[in-house]
Structure formats: structure tokens, C-alpha cells
Design a protein. Sequence first.
Length: 102
Amino acid sequence: MFERIDRLRDELERAKMRRAEAEARVKACENKLKEAENNQIISEVAKRKLRPEELAKLLQMASDGRLEALLSGSSVEDAAEAYDAGSATDYDESEEIGYEET
């Protein structure tokens, strides 16, 4: 009498199990990718024999925008001036990516 309902319940349970297995595979792939990225970063830093202080300075320059200026051929002073001028402006990131302030 309730065979169809029982079949549907069984099918639902199997689908939930497959979903859990798929989620576990996704998590494992994400972990492998993160580990590979971290190993690549460590390898690149080691290859260039950077000390932690040097790496920190390089990353700070990159996040400040000074590294791009240096790579484009500007002098260190020009890069610093460009950064200082850019940081003096009032910048609202929400306008660029389309968020509304509430």
C-alpha cells in the first residue's frame, strides 16, 4: 500500500548519502588545492632566499600599490608619492563593487 512512499524515502536517503560523499570530496579537493598553493608560495620564497622581513616588506609594498609602480618603471620616490596621494583621497570601496550602504 505504501510501497511508492517507501521507495521515495529510500531514494531520498540514498541521494542524501551521495550528497554527503560529494561534499566530502569537495572538501578534500579544497584542502589539497590549499596545500598545493601554500607549498608553491613556500617554494617561491625559498627559491629567492627571502628572509621573513623581506617577504613582509614585499607583500606590504604590493598591497600598498608601490610594487606595481616600481615594476612599471617609476622610481621608489614616485611610487611613494603616488601611494601617499592615493591614500589621501576619500575612497569608498562599496561604490566600486556596487554595494549600497545601509
